[in-house]
Design a protein around this ligand. Structure first.
Ligand code: TNX
Length: 504
């Protein structure tokens, strides 16, 4: 019998040799009202019509949803047998995750819907489980972001990192610096239309995330990746530093060389920089970061720091030290990409996000350990495993391949504690799967790249280490994730039917 189609794999699952639970119009939901409403909505979506008790029918059985003190944060227990289903959540998030697990368990037979007899005890490995969406290279409207939140939350991700600014566009209205969006948001890669979020749009995203137990992590990427600023406040920017390598990328993928004051619609990275030794730059940071912090209830503010290729190392260090100090002064915890680990003077406690390979090269591991030495933790996003924009096959129509082709098995078979020596569970805040949007214009594009490999990232973030349970093997994963095809289809998710997966 195949493993139950649960992704991410729970900490402990016991299949009980007993009759299943039958769920139908005579099944009542009792207990926590919020979780009950979620369950009704998810079951109706799965079944195509309301599935649970309507007031007219008599009650034959129940799904009981309860908060129960004592478990680890976000944990839950689920038991099902012929008599009923009970989910106990340690907190509201745990109950939410238990409900999503129940929906994954649902199977159809000739007479209706069944839940196999099981006992599940589940809790996350890491507290930070993130997905990142790039809304700068291509702008993605609020509805798309909300849809991605729904998809990620169902896989037990609890942070949404929004990459809000880059060379190609500035995507969040800043009232104190209105030209950023008035001038800097109009276009996207390939001449496609741009866009930006108003404060109300952003609040709507934050609220939708919160309703799905997700925290928004806004990123303003600096000092590189800031060409869009030149459209609005040219006095803040250096002249572009364009290398032969960048010219080659522009030749292959299309796009003109960057010129300050003109929109950049190509794909090259690393040519732009804010002015490091000019105080107007730090007044700008105080305005922008102050406003972003005020709009953001979550504890983190990401200030980028990747690929500042034209910025001398000392200047880069000076800038990142000041940027992280500003974030600290706003009462938030700074996050930066791993390059900033090398910056002496970085604010202690800054979280480092590792985007190197499963096997580090070029001192990426030293830079990453430096965050820990300063009292910070690390988020792991190894590019050749969980960069969801990497092509899954050489002939994939979308995606990039600078970190190689990443089949689902490669996305799955790595362990967060084995990437950087000296960075294991205690030093790891969590795992995040970025989705860069150079080649992705629509929700259908996002789905096609993210699914199914997002499931592998979910397991790295939530489930026990590889091999620690019988489910944490590639063979089990390819069966379990394949068993989610019908659920994903009912939710409108346009996943890619990778031949590696055992789709059912
Ligand atoms: C690298 S990794 C980037 C992004 C690109 C991405 C494409 C990192 C922090 N920066 O600027 O969009 O590769 O995969």
């Amino acid at each position: 019998m195949p493993d139950l189609p649960l992704v991410p794999a729970p900490a402990a699952v016991t299949v009980v040799d007993a009759a299943p639970f039958r769920l139908d119009a005579a099944t009542a939901v009792t207990g926590d009202a919020e979780a009950a409403a979620l369950l009704r909505a998810l079951l109706a979506e799965r079944a195509g019509s309301p599935l649970l008790l309507d007031a007219a029918g008599g009650v034959a059985s129940a799904v009981d949803l309860a908060l129960a003190a004592g478990g680890a944060p976000e944990s839950y227990r689920l038991t099902a047998d012929a008599a009923g289903v009970r989910i106990e959540g340690a907190d509201a998030a745990g109950l939410f995750y238990g409900v999503h697990t129940l929906v994954q368990l649902l199977v159809a037979d000739d007479e209706g819907w069944l839940v196999p007899a099981v006992e599940i005890a589940d809790a996350p490995r890491f507290t930070y489980r993130g997905v990142m969406l790039d809304v700068a290279r291509h702008f993605h409207p609020v509805a798309t972001v909300k849809a991605y939140i729904d998809r990620a939350a169902a896989l037990k991700f609890n942070h949404l990192h929004l990459h809000l600014s880059d060379d190609q566009g500035w995507r969040l209205r800043i009232d104190s610096r209105p030209l950023l969006t008035e001038q800097g948001s109009r276009t996207a890669i390939g001449g496609e239309p741009g866009g930006f979020y108003t404060h109300d749009d952003y609040r709507e995203i934050v609220a939708h995330a919160a309703a799905n137990h997700m925290t928004v992590v806004p990123e303003i990427d600096m000092p590189g990746h800031t060409h869009a600023v030149t459209l609005a406040y040219p006095e803040l920017s250096e002249e572009p530093v364009v290398t032969d390598e960048m010219r080659e990328i522009l030749r292959v993928y299309g796009g003109d060389e960057p010129v300050n004051g003109a929109p950049f619609q190509g794909l090259a990275v690393g040519f732009s920089s804010l002015r490091i030794h000019d105080e107007v730059t730090y007044a700008f940071l105080a305005d922008v970061l102050g406003e972003v912090a005020a709009l953001t209830p979550g504890p983190y503010l990401h200030v980028g720091g990747d690929e500042a290729l034209g910025t001398p190392a000392d200047d880069f260090a000076h800038f990142m030290a000041r940027a992280t100090a500003i974030v600290e002064g706003l009462g938030k915890t700074p996050i930066t990409w791993h390059e900033a680990g090398a910056a002496a003077g970085l604010s202690p406690g800054t979280v480092g996000q590792y985007w190197g390979f499963r096997t580090p090269i070029d001192g990426m591991d030293d830079k990453t350990r430096a965050f820990v030495a300063r009292g910070g933790q690390v988020i792991l996003s190894p590019a050749d495993a969980i960069y969801l924009d990497m092509k899954y096959a050489a002939d994939a129509p979308l995606g990039l391949q600078w970190a190689g082709i990443v089949p689902a098995r490669q996305a799955y078979e790595w362990d967060p504690a084995s990437v950087v020596d000296g960075v294991s569970d205690a030093e790891i805040l969590g795992v995040e799967a970025p989705l860069w949007a150079e080649t992705l214009s629509t929700l259908a594009d996002i789905d096609a790249m993210a699914f199914p490999r997002i499931g592998a990232a979910a397991e790295a973030a939530w489930s026990p280490p590889l091999g620690a349970t019988s489910q944490r093997t590639w063979e089990s994963f390819r069966e379990r994730v394949g068993g989610l095809a019908a659920l994903w289809t009912s939710r409108g998710i346009g996943f890619t039917r990778l031949p590696e997966i055992d789709w059912r």
